[in-house]
Design a protein around this ligand. Structure first.
Ligand SMILES: N=CN[C@@H](CCC(=O)O)C(=O)O
Ligand SMILES: [Zn+2]
Length: 432
């Protein structure tokens, strides 16, 4: 017999709603004061969407005659919305563990890049890899992210730098989207580096004349779904003019602009993004005051990546200045062969310690604001009626344990739920 509802999570010690007024992002005061309800329950319907969120007693009375396919008694536990990772490069072959040693010995990111390592090393291996191997490693990486609480993740191409490999990567992402539980936002990042032997002008031309037109065909035919366009706007990579023309061409195809900017040098990427109506810009370690002001006005989200600054020993992104200026600050893991981190709880921890964000700010940045950066905050990023029933349950009495316990997510996360289905049940959690 079919049940009325898919899931009831009842009696949670804390229900972390994030917001409760249909906000699509939070800034300043809103980030500092995420909404937390003591003693709450959540109901997810058969369509996977949240039907009710409220005090346990109220839900109990309202749903006393309803039947549920699954009930979880969350007594002593916390319930949060699934985490959102707004920036990852998860499709590649050939790890770069050897470069970690070089960087520890003092080589900068660009030293490694110019020596033929970095992105070029990964491009060589990814071009040579077959799609099924790329898919197998992608599945493993997305599964690690899921077990760390991520239920919506942005996935970039960008280790092809030519049509066939970029398409191969996007098809692998598409296959993952169709076959895995985790929600995916796909990003075309053909302008991740200038291919060896090409000038910036030649690379830009190839993207504009060859790659984007083919993407357009595939998208119109429904064979490929791509959500965002990305460019690495950096000195020695794509300059401001090339970045502008690629992003504008992507926007003309209906893609959302979401690009790498102001990472190693101040490039005025933030101002460019604001001018083009970018939904998000990532990195921003070198953003200027003018750039911050422009992003605040344009409501362009700043996707900050604490692992990058940590591993490359860069100046920390100016999270405090951005939040004070009213910028929509989001977080991403930047998972890639340079920054090998699948865990948004670790990212939030680094954001708090190194970027001086508070724990509520970091959580808002890893939920509703990260969803905004992907154009998904109407469906993800908070526990509100009508949104996807994507939940993380902690075997802890206060939600802050997710951030406080450094790298402790395996011991704290009990369940990960996507659209009302338990996709990860970690019965090894022992509580505190
Ligand atoms: N900065 C450019 N892209 C990536 C690094 C990619 C790589 O090194 O493979 C980033 O966001 O950190
Ligand atoms: Zn990146």
């Amino acid at each position: 017999m079919s049940q009325d509802f898919l899931l009831l999570v009842k009696n949670a010690k804390q229900l972390v709603l994030i917001c409760d007024g249909g906000e699509t992002f939070l800034t300043k005061h809103g980030m500092k004061n995420v909404r937390v309800m003591e003693n709450g329950s959540v109901v997810v319907g058969r369509d996977g969407l949240i039907k009710a969120v409220g005090p346990s007693e109220t839900i109990k009375a309202q749903y006393s005659h309803a039947s549920f396919q699954k009930e979880i008694d969350a007594t002593g536990m916390c319930v949060l919305p699934g985490l959102v990772d707004a920036h990852t490069h998860p499709v590649w072959a050939g790890d770069r563990v050897h470069e970690f040693a070089m960087k520890l010995a003092g080589a900068s990111y660009m030293d490694v890049h110019r020596a033929g390592g970095g992105i070029h090393f990964t491009v060589e291996h990814t071009q040579a890899a077959n799609a099924s191997d790329l898919l197998a490693s992608l599945r493993g990486r997305l599964d690690r992210m899921l077990r760390a609480g991520t239920t919506l993740v942005e996935c970039k191409s960008g280790y092809g730098l030519e049509l066939q490999t970029e398409l191969k990567m996007l098809r692998v992402i598409e296959e993952a989207r169709k076959s895995l539980d985790v929600n995916i936002s796909a990003t075309y990042c053909g302008a991740h580096a200038v291919p060896r032997g090409k000038t910036v002008a030649e690379a830009t031309d190839d993207i504009l004349q060859v790659q984007l037109p083919r993407l357009k065909e595939e998208m119109s035919a429904g064979t490929l779904r791509v959500d965002n366009i990305d460019v690495f706007c950096e000195r020695g990579v794509f300059d401001l003019d090339a970045t502008r023309s690629i992003l504008q061409a992507g926007k003309d195809l209906g893609l959302k602009i979401n690009f790498h900017g102001d990472e190693l040098h101040p490039m005025n990427s933030a101002q460019l993004g604001a001018e083009l109506g970018a939904l998000a810009i990532s990195h921003l370690e070198e953003v200027t005051d003018e750039g911050i002001a422009a992003m605040a006005t344009a409501q362009t989200a700043a996707v900050l990546l604490p692992t990058t600054a940590y591993i490359l020993r860069l100046p920390q992104p100016r999270a405090r200045d951005m939040i004070d200026a009213g910028v929509i600050v989001a977080l991403g893991s930047d998972f890639n062969p340079n920054a090998y981190c699948c865990s948004m709880p670790i990212v939030m921890h680094l954001a708090c310690v190194n970027m001086r964000m508070s724990m509520p700010e970091a959580l808002a940045a890893a939920t509703i604001n990260a969803a905004y950066a992907l154009g998904r905050s109407h469906t993800h990023g908070s526990l509100e009626v009508g949104k996807h029933g994507d939940l993380v349950l902690l075997n802890a009495p206060r939600w802050e344990h997710l951030i406080y316990q450094v790298g402790g997510h395996q011991e704290v996360i009990r369940y990960v739920i996507i659209k009302g289905n338990v996709v990860y049940d970690n019965d090894r959690t022992v509580g505190l």
